[in-house]
Design a protein. Sequence first.
Length: 414
Amino acid sequence: MSWIRRRTRKEEPPAKRLPDLEFLALVRAGLEEFAPGVTQGAQLKGNSLISPHGWAVAVAPPHHGGGRHYDLVALPDVSLQPDVPCFMDCVVSMSADPQDAANTWVQTAGACLLELLDRRADFADHTDPDDERGVPGWHTIMSGAVGLGSDVDENRRLQRALLEANVLHQVADSFTADLESPFFNGVKVFYGGRPGAMQAEIRVNGERHEAASAAMTALGLPEPTTFTTVRLYALLLPIPAGEIEPSYPTTRLDLAPASVHTETHTHGAACACGAPPRPGAPRLRPGPPHLVAKLSEEERRRRVKSDTGAIIIAEGVGNFLKVRLPIRLDDGRTVVYLAWIYLKAAVFDDFVRRVRDDNLAGHRFEGLLCNAIGPWGEDVLRAPSSSAANGSTRTVRSATARFSSPATLCSARC
């Protein structure tokens, strides 16, 4: 699911650019905070951070930008020699702490790298070619939106505007003909600046794409009221003819998913009865919440005030949050439904407040299921659900739901 991340700009940046390995040490620290255990055994050599599990991150010679500019190259599978598939991104140190620049990369392009290797939607969102937020013809892995500015409210306003604009879907026709990699194409979306001097830019595989940037500018995103920038990153993967999934790298992460705790049972990596899914678990995507789906097109345009892909706010209808709903099958596999739940106003306001205060991790909240889930169908509509937010306090990654229904479910009985 898409999310918003909070970042704040601190003091003036340092006078000198850090050496490559010093900056990569900050990237390693950021990755480890973002995904504990992912950098275990990783070494700094030459101009690279190299993992024993087959992925690497390197600093390339800067080809644009100033002295505090870092071009980073992510290599998800270094075993594919001699031409190792990679994707590029760049960050600029805009504060007195260069760790902020490293974290900016980690939470955007780095999140896509982790998700490409993990593929459980714990680090970034997946959208299919026919998804309303997807890129036609391509499987998309997309990070959240990171804001860098001195005003927290302005950060969030621009982050929300960028997500709601659904940029890549809206401007897809302007750049998809130039996606040539048979592995993955890196696309950065950048937006912001100073009042009266706003920029909107899309970079495809490290290079500014003029047509896509112009199409993004034409979307009319709101100008900042003070210096603020927002960015997100996406990987676009081709889908082989006759297949429904892209070809992923052979390299895989093996990170234990975050535990989900209840009063009577502790869920861990070995539990499939409602815990976050195992690698390769089938994932079924929802339609809109049934209350929203019942609206006419005109009513939907009038009532839906916000739709980020993760949250829908519909005036006079309700507040809805997308969650993961793992259900264990008789053969031991876990099917993961991505479903919508309805939250009462007070519960929703508390959820938003915790996001704003970076106090969401581990929070449990109650709602009502808003999708017909097979094989129970409409029998489970409005079924009470109990959800737990996963991820760090800096990130709204996802929530895992459990619900009770007229049917006997493992996820309700464990």
